[in-house]
Design a protein around this ligand. Structure first.
Ligand code: HEM
Length: 496
């Protein structure tokens, strides 16, 4: 029988399965994802192509998008260290993938397939498990994921993902190879899994019931990752008060106050407004260039305008000069405790402000991203229209009605645009005007918080369905907490 990387239910004190009341855990792949509307029945916004094209052309960061000089400029967002941009992208690639992404009209947006399971199950890392996706695993020890030529528990710096003869990474989601920051983050999760396997082998008491070492490791990896999404990433993006308004914990059980995401479907789904607009907030956080390591202090562009230029593009073996020092991307790699308030400073680079502007790198992505090298802003605006998204103002009003709170609907002056505007653009301007460019505004924040928390509530194998009062068990800077810096350090990153 195929050994599944899915979370096994623990046994109760008597050796029987502890019922979580939500059925068996899903098989990745078999559990095909769905898209649905978060708010049904809103009128699609239809703007002339020329209007969308002109709007996309305004969405470029005229300051040049910034290399990091060590001193924040008005275009920087020091509240959000640069690595969180890519943790957010990594999370996106775990839960949603519309591989049909076409810019022409889609008649039924709910019929578009999501090629990822809409769960925080790391199917981008585990694929279908060692039997269904053997190329992801180490033949000599199938509990371990494959790292290029390295044994378990390596120091991370300079290692690469395993690749085929044409340098394509052998990973569960090709998008995690689009640039070296995300491919190295993917590698860190692979190394984290392997380090957790070793830890389980030395601490057999971590195994629940008849879990294999591999299944225990997968559960621990996923629950620590879910903890990071809920306690480290989400508060930084939406603000701690929005997380607290949507998720509470009483005793050992979590409770979600969801007004938008619908648990009645009894299967997690990705809302179209989330994947086509709200969660694309991350495009605005991308810096134009990054310093990766101390040997190479000049910032390198993410994507150079010149197709042959030196940049951070992926889909190739990691060039040695592009070795990543994670302490330049996340706080806490030195082992000091961090909180969602810890800002970027010194060599720790910030993200760009959340606003209606994108780094120049995203105006000419490589052909592997878009054959015609069209700007990401243009792709987002046309995609939103093809899927029939409502206008931003209509959506904001509808969210206010559903949540039962009055919302500040941005005026044309605040938007800097007349008439109804596309939802993605609206939510970015909301972040700029009402979130001070540091985090999402109230509508965007509520949507992102409800969807991420709703997805975790809807998954019987997730941390939020645990009723044992589980808290992180791996070593961390603050006992009972776990941040992305703790994960990276456990995986072998950080100052030697
Ligand atoms: C750094 C470079 C990035 C590049 C080159 C990139 C590129 C793209 C492209 C080409 C698309 C498809 C556009 C279309 O609809 O045709 C896309 C979709 C998307 N991106 Fe990004 N992106 C980047 C970063 C991010 C970040 C940081 C986030 C979030 C935090 C993000 C979130 C999304 C989401 C939610 C979608 C829709 C996903 C789906 O349902 O398939 N992206 N991106």
């Amino acid at each position: 029988m195929t050994e599944s990387p899915t979370v096994q239910r623990p046994l109760d004190h008597h050796g029987g399965p502890r019922l979580r009341g939500l059925g068996a855990p899903p098989e990745p792949r078999a559990d095909k994802g769905r898209f649905r509307w978060l708010i049904d029945g809103l009128k699609p916004l239809e703007l002339p192509d020329a209007t969308l094209t002109a709007l996309a052309a305004t969405m470029v960061d005229e300051s040049g998008g910034g290399g990091w000089s060590g001193q924040p400029t008005a275009a920087d967002n020091p509240a959000l260290p640069a690595g969180y941009t890519y943790l957010a992208q990594f999370v996106d690639h775990d839960i949603t993938f519309d591989s049909t992404s076409r810019l022409d009209r889609v008649d039924d947006a709910e019929a578009v397939s999501n090629f990822r399971t809409p769960r925080f199950d790391l199917d981008s890392i585990y694929g279908g498990g060692p039997k269904a996706s053997p190329y992801l695993y180490n033949n000599n020890d199938q509990a371990l994921l494959l790292i290029d030529g390295a044994p378990a528990g390596p120091r991370l710096a300079g290692l690469d993902l395993p690749r085929n003869s044409q340098e394509r990474a052998l990973i569960g989601d090709p998008r995690n190879d689009v640039h070296v920051i995300i491919s190295q983050l993917h590698l860190a999760f692979v190394a984290f899994h392997n380090a957790v396997v070793s830890h389980v082998r030395s601490n057999p008491a971590l195994r629940w019931g008849d879990e294999s070492e591999f299944q225990t490791a997968c559960r621990l990896v996923r629950w620590h990752y879910q903890w990071i999404v809920l306690h480290d990433l989400l508060p930084r993006i939406v603000g701690p008060e929005t997380v607290e308004a949507v998720l509470t914990r009483t005793g050992k059980r979590y409770k979600a106050g969801l007004k938008l995401y619908n648990l009645r479907f009894k299967a997690p789904y990705i809302p179209i407004e989330f994947s086509a607009a709200a969660y694309r907030f991350g495009h605005s956080l991308v810096r134009d260039s990054y310093v990766l390591n101390s040997s190479n202090p000049s910032p390198l562009p993410l994507f150079s305008a010149d197709a042959g230029g030196t940049d951070l593009r992926g889909f190739r073996r990691l060039p040695e000069p592009l070795r990543i020092e994670w302490e330049r991307f996340f706080p806490g790699l030195d082992g000091a405790p961090v909180s969602p308030g810890t800002p970027a400073s010194g060599t720790l680079q910030p993200s760009m402000r959340l606003d209606g502007r994108l780094a120049p790198s995203l105006t000419h992505p490589p052909v592997d991203v878009d054959e015609q090298r069209r700007s990401i802003a243009l792709l987002n605006l046309f995609r939103g229209q093809a899927l029939g998204l409502p206008g931003g103002q209509d959506f904001a009003n509808a969210v206010g009605r559903k949540v039962g709170e009055s919302v500040h609907v941005l005026t044309s002056d605040e938007l800097g645009q007349p008439g109804p505007v596309p939802l993605w653009f609206y939510l970015l301007r909301e972040a700029e005007v009402l979130g001070e460019g540091a985090r999402l505004g109230p509508v965007g924040a509520r949507v992102v918080a409800e969807v991420l928390i709703g997805l975790a509530m809807d998954d019987p194998s997730s941390l939020l369905q645990d009723d044992t009062g589980w808290t992180p068990v791996l070593p961390s800077a603050t006992a009972g907490q776990f941040t992305i810096a703790d994960l990276l350090r456990f995986a072998g990153a950080g100052p030697a």
